[in-house]
Ligand binder design. Structure first.
Ligand SMILES: Cc1cc2nc3c(=O)[nH]c(=O)nc-3n(C[C@H](O)[C@H](O)[C@H](O)COP(=O)(O)OP(=O)(O)OC[C@H]3O[C@@H](n4cnc5c(N)ncnc54)[C@H](O)[C@@H]3O)c2cc1C
Length: 456
């Protein structure tokens, strides 16, 4: 079971004993399906707005089993889609409002975790994205210009030169980088497990090993009974396709990770990351890393295959080829890592809507609320989603409920086998684009074509 293979599992300081399953039919005011960040933060903020609400969470496995317990721990202000796409669709003010809300979300995660006494190893060191070939450098300039154009000075995304970048992280072949202070690192599983304990202590009921089969207006039908509730919240992200009627809503994309043994101070002197900055480079097939609180490198990337019919399974969390490519990529960034072991290998499914546009919404007539489609940027975004959902459900209007992702509907993914062909085709295309850019330094046209295909 790959959930248990992760570094986070080993270092969570938790016994993971499952809570009891739903014992039969019950009634609640709000029924939430999924105990990841989205479901748990939603319960947290709903209780804060109205402590009398009867809130029930049903979780198929245990709290934190999904992406929330396995991710790279970037609590970042990244938001899908990019500011330029938001500005195109909704105007510049909307792009600025989303950026501001995401900056706030990065801080709120740390603040709320502190207030709930969750030791999630939150550290706000910012984030650096390296340009390691000319094509990536062109992209770095483009991203910074785009952000300036669409969100003004708010983003504070800086383009920095090679020397300044090396002062933060000493990777190979660095031509320059973008840097933002709006990012923190967390221990993802400590955060989600702590949240579960915290909402439970405030009266929220969590039933684990309870699988929802169908979400209906006013009811969640599970293997343990039916939860009748005025409001039903779908918070199942990468697993949504297994719900009745939701097969083409979100595609589960697997992101895989590795972690090294703790590295000694001599190795860190060669690597940097003194403030635990998150790091990546600007390749298309995204990679991401963090220096953990116990001085390891935790490093991940996309590139694992999409499985026909949007299936998820623990066996997909391990992929020899991708895990060993991740180690190679890490050694390529930091040659000193060659002398140290990779101690953990794991992975998980994130949720991707057809237009790569996250959304949150509440249909009051049907009593149905949802949030997700964060692609790979859900750590802070789920917190923003939850605060927004809590307000939508409580009928409060605010800046949050006016953000342009509220009520956004992505179109459905294509039926199979087109979905399989499209997603895996795109994956190969981006891998090739990265290789060609590394060789020639010229931006690959195929990557632009893919961006058009997904409607970005
Ligand atoms: C390897 C990896 C690395 C990532 N790195 C980052 C990162 O560094 N930064 C970042 O911002 N984002 C990252 N992400 C994405 C981020 O983790 C997710 O966007 C976020 O955790 C989504 O939270 P969630 O609560 O919506 O979904 P999840 O955490 O996936 O929770 C959904 C829950 O629903 C449960 N469930 C599913 N179906 C049912 C059912 N039928 N009945 C009952 N329960 C059900 C699942 O068991 C699961 O616990 C990463 C994701 C992965 C997989």
């Amino acid at each position: 079971m790959a959930f248990e293979d992760s570094l986070w599992h080993e270092t969570a300081g938790d016994d993971f004993a499952p809570r009891p399953p739903l014992p039969g039919d019950i009634e609640a005011d709000v029924a939430i399906v999924g105990a990841g960040y989205t479901g748990l933060w939603t319960a947290h903020y709903l209780r804060a707005l109205d402590p009398r609400l009867r809130i029930v969470i049903v979780e198929r496995e245990i709290a934190g089993f999904g992406a929330s317990g396995r991710n790279g721990g970037w609590c970042s202000a990244l938001f899908p889609p990019a500011s330029s796409a938001i500005a195109r669709g909704h105007g510049r003010d909307a792009a600025v409002a989303v950026r501001r809300a995401m900056h706030e979300a990065v801080e709120e995660v740390g603040r709320a975790a502190d207030a709930e006494r969750i030791d999630a190893h939150y550290a706000r060191g910012g984030s650096i994205s390296l340009a390691r070939n000319e094509a990536q450098m062109i992209r770095a300039r483009g991203v910074v210009e785009d952000e300036r154009r669409h969100t003004g000075e708010l983003e504070q995304l800086e383009l920095i030169g090679s020397e300044e970048a090396q002062r933060i992280v000493r990777a190979t072949r660095v031509l320059g980088a973008t840097y933002t202070s709006h990012c923190a690192v967390v221990h993802p599983l400590r955060l989600v497990r702590g949240l579960a304990r915290s909402v439970e202590s405030r009266g929220v009921s969590i039933f684990e090993r309870t699988a929802a089969a169908e979400l209906r207006p006013g009811a969640v039908v599970t293997n343990g009974g039916t939860v009748r509730a005025e409001v039903v919240v779908r918070a199942t992200e990468g697993y949504t396709a297994s719900l009745h009627g939701e097969r083409r809503r979100l595609v589960p994309l697997y992101s895989l990770m590795i972690a090294t043994e703790p590295l000694p101070p001599e190795a860190w002197a060669k690597i940097g990351l003194a403030r635990r900055e998150t790091f990546a480079d600007l390749r298309h097939m995204r990679i991401y890393g963090q220096r953990t609180a116990d001085d390891r490198l935790a490093f991940g990337g996309r590139g694992a295959p999409y499985h026909f019919g949007s299936r998820t399974s623990p066996e997909f969390d391990r992929d020899e080829r991708v895990h060993s490519a991740l180690r190679d990529a890490l050694v390529d960034l930091f040659p000193v890592v060659r002398d140290f072991s990779v101690t953990h290998r794991w992975g998980g499914a994130l949720g991707v809507p057809r237009d790569w546009h996250a959304s949150v919404g509440f249909d009051r007539q049907r009593g149905f609320a949802w949030a997700g489609g964060y692609v790979g940027d859900g750590v802070a975004t789920a917190n923003l989603a939850a605060r927004t959902l809590a307000q939508l459900i409580s009928g409060e209007e605010s800046e949050l409920t006016r953000l342009p992702w509220v009520g956004h509907r992505s179109r459905a993914w294509e039926p199979e086998p087109l979905r399989w062909l499209g997603v895996n085709g795109g994956r190969l295309l981006l891998t090739r684009a990265d290789r060609s850019e590394a060789r020639s330094g010229r931006p690959a046209r195929s990557a632009k074509a893919f961006a058009r295909f997904i409607g970005y």
